[in-house]
Design a protein around this ligand. Structure first.
Ligand code: SF4
Length: 379
């Protein structure tokens, strides 16, 4: 089994917090991108059956009907999908109309991840989001009306000026939408973003760590009371609605990343990173001939993980899941190191070791996961 990730590097405008690779180019570049993507898909056609397909970005919902139809045709020609394949499509709420939602269903998309981020118009404006709260709620309704019940929404907490009361209202509104999956991320100030520049100029103040933890704890409590499983640090799902695709990232399932900026993993030690350069990517399809007269792949870099990097990845990925990190995945010498580094956290009740020898965060430890994972890594 394998997953496919497609990176769609287009946004109508850039949000103030975002460091994902995307551009604000228009139709001409999108068409060239769609053709290049099909070339890359043909060239890297998966040998294994595909269990999940994920359109991320950027903003996949910026692709128009013709571009999507062409891409899905190529996907069906070049991949073998399992019968119950999970096909996720990230969308901005204001791109969703009833007609668009119905087109997504016709294409076979069965899961939509809506980049809502906030239900507070004041916050949305400060983030430079295109939509407002009303459009976010309408998008959820239109998707349901079109027949998509597997809907995830993204929220951000710890925003400048956001109080605990604001956040409690956000969580209540999110849960009222009757969705089956929720992802929530603490705001981070990433270099290159507008918020990062404003922070460095002293125009903004970073939230206090305690407030962020309080927001996280509140969300976790409310989501669990509403019947969601907290199955990964930032992700909550109703039973049966965990993201299969994202779970594959945390459990070592191989995936092929297509598009500029996309990452791939062979499930063992090899990672590949397509360079985040749209023009070079598109040109690789426009000028496909190498000396043998065939398409010669898109610009990318490949990395083979060292033993230390492989171990650190297991810490960073498996430990973030509710099931935890099975010690059997770690070679015996490193197990001794891992148990030594875990000892203070086990003693403090932040980590636990199950009878099946799986190392997991406790409810207390999950709030401090970044620091604990850093302690367990190889240096
Ligand atoms: S958050 Fe989404 S819509 Fe906003 S700039 Fe980033 S990728 Fe584009």
């Amino acid at each position: 089994m394998t997953g496919i990730y497609i990176h769609v590097p287009f946004c109508e405008k850039r949000c103030t917090y975002c460091s994902f690779y995307s551009t604000t180019h228009g139709k001409k570049e999108r068409d060239a991108f769609a053709h290049a993507l099909i070339e890359e898909l043909r060239f890297r056609r998966p040998k294994e059956v595909v269990s999940s397909l994920y359109f991320g970005g950027g903003t996949p919902s910026q692709l128009d009907d013709d571009e999507l139809t062409m891409l899905f045709k190529a996907l069906r020609e070049n991949c073998v999908f399992v019968d119950d394949v999970e096909i996720t499509f990230e969308a901005n709420p204001d791109d969703i109309t009833l007609e668009k939602a119905r087109q997504l269903v016709r294409l076979g998309i069965n899961r939509v991840s809506l980049g809502i981020q906030s239900f507070d118009d004041r916050m949305l404006r400060s983030l430079n989001r295109r939509h407002n709260a009303r459009q976010a709620m309408e998008a959820v309704e239109m998707l349901k009306q079109a027949g998509i019940s597997n809907i995830s929404i993204d929220l951000i907490y710890g925003l400048p000026g956001q109080s605990i009361d604001d956040w409690q209202q956000e969580v209540a509104t999110a849960l009222e939408q009757n969705i089956v999956h929720l992802s929530a991320y603490a705001l981070s100030y990433e270099p290159g973003t507008v918020l990062y520049r404003r922070l460095n100029k002293g125009e903004l103040k970073e939230r206090e760590e305690e407030l962020s933890l309080e927001m996280f704890a509140f969300l976790t409590k409310q989501a669990e009371s509403a019947g969601f499983e907290h199955y990964e640090i930032s992700n909550y799902a109703r039973p049966g609605f965990r993201s299969r695709h994202n779970t594959s990232y945390w459990t070592g399932v191989p995936y092929i990343g297509l598009g500029p900026g996309a990452h791939s993993f062979d499930g063992i030690r090899t990672r590949r990173h397509n360079l985040p350069k749209l023009t070079a990517y598109n040109n690789s399809a426009i000028c496909p001939a190498n000396e043998n007269g065939v398409f010669a792949d898109v610009p990318h870099e490949t990395e083979i993980l060292s033993d230390d990097e492989h171990y650190n990845e297991l810490i960073m990925t498996r430990l973030r899941t509710a099931e935890g990190l099975p010690l059997s995945l770690i070679d015996p010498q490193r197990q001794a190191y891992l148990l030594r580094m875990s000892k203070p956290h086990l003693k403090a009740g932040k980590l636990t070791l199950s009878p099946q020898q799986e190392l997991r965060f406790t409810a207390k430890g999950i709030f401090l996961s970044d620091g604990i994972m850093a302690d367990l890594m190889a240096v």
